[in-house]
Design a protein around this ligand. Structure first.
Ligand SMILES: Nc1ncnc2c1ncn2[C@@H]1O[C@H](COP(=O)(O)OP(=O)(O)OP(=O)(O)O)[C@@H](O)[C@H]1O
Ligand SMILES: [Mg+2]
Length: 294
């Protein structure tokens, strides 16, 4: 049976000055509707590239993405993206940045007054109602990120793609946004793929954590099912042995990959390998991802 969202044997190779660079090699991931997964892995392994392919902003060299049995070839309002670096229109106010997206998605289904209320509601959700008329260059980086999140949520997308959405936020705002996101996702049942470098954030929010191998030719390394009841309470979880077990598993994975990265960097033959043109028709079977027992 088809899954709701399928990332099916996705590989991508970019041309570079040193020859083709194979960034992803057969990334396979299937999501149920309403599932919340996080992608975790070392910097440069290809996490944003995966997200951009699901968003339809990049085309896979091999394989593809299927959402509700339909192949994804271009961006669409069914997949909203919160980028790693905010992407607000600099000439529009905070309100207008969100309103533009609301108008695009709900022009036919909501009245003008409803679209106004919906825009305000989503900006209130991220506590930005005090700065409606300000332009992006008149607000802080964290505020810009919050407006980007409001814009994505306001589109009520089937799939919410978030690239380190809380990375630029102070820890109090970050905590608040994580709680809001859990609450919103429980209500709207969005399917979410989120990239994070924060192990606690990954365990707190996820149904599954997808741990990617180091690049180049990154793939899914291990998958950790997070079997913790919802709603989740961060304070209660801090004392929870299962939570701490999951946390330790992710830290272990990252630490092992970090050591691996060090070994790779010491191995000069590997540098040649990275720069070498790679036969992308290579059909060697890949190692299946390891599923950790919870
Ligand atoms: N358009 C492109 N052309 C060439 N190389 C690219 C392109 N886009 C990404 N890359 C390379 O692909 C690799 C993966 O990049 P990506 O941005 O997906 O990593 P990431 O895992 O999101 O890293 P980070 O955690 O630092 O955000 C990097 O080596 C990057 O330089
Ligand atoms: Mg990235």
């Amino acid at each position: 049976m088809n899954k709701y969202l399928e990332i099916d044997h996705v590989s991508i190779t970019f041309p570079t000055d040193n020859g083709p660079l194979n960034v992803l090699d057969g990334v396979n991931l299937k999501l149920d509707q309403g599932e919340f997964v996080t992608l975790i892995g070392h910097s440069g392994c290809g996490k944003s590239t995966v997200l951009n392919i699901v968003a339809g902003l990049l085309q896979a060299s091999e394989g593809g993405v299927v959402l509700e049995a339909k192949e994804v070839n271009e961006p669409g309002p069914d997949r909203a993206v919160v980028f790693q670096h905010h992407s607000l229109m600099p000439w529009l106010s905070v309100y207008d940045n969100v309103r533009l997206a609301v108008d695009q998605v709900f022009k036919k289904t909501k009245s003008k007054q409803e679209r106004h209320q919906w825009t305000l509601h989503n900006l209130e959700l991220v506590h930005m109602e005090h700065a409606l008329e300000r332009k992006p260059d008149e607000i802080s980086g964290g505020m810009k990120q919050r407006v980007g999140i409001a814009r994505a949520l306001a589109m009520e997308p089937k799939v919410l793609l978030m690239d380190e959405p809380f990375g630029a936020l102070d820890s109090l705002t970050r905590t608040h946004m994580q709680d809001s996101l859990m609450e919103i996702q429980a209500r709207l049942k969005n399917t979410v793929i989120m990239i994070t470098h924060d192990v606690d954030e990954a365990v707190l929010l996820s149904d599954r954590i997808i741990m990617m191998t180091n690049g180049p030719s990154a793939k899914v390394g291990e998958i950790l099912d997070i079997d913790l009841p919802r709603p989740r309470d961060r304070l209660a979880l801090a004392e929870n042995p299962t939570y701490n077990h999951y946390r330790a598993e992710v830290v272990r994975f990252l630490h092992e990959r970090h050591l691996q990265k060090g070994l790779d960097q010491n191995d000069s033959s590997n540098e040649k390998e990275q720069a070498m043109p790679r036969d992308i028709s290579d059909n060697e079977p890949h190692e299946p991802p390891v599923r950790l027992a919870s």
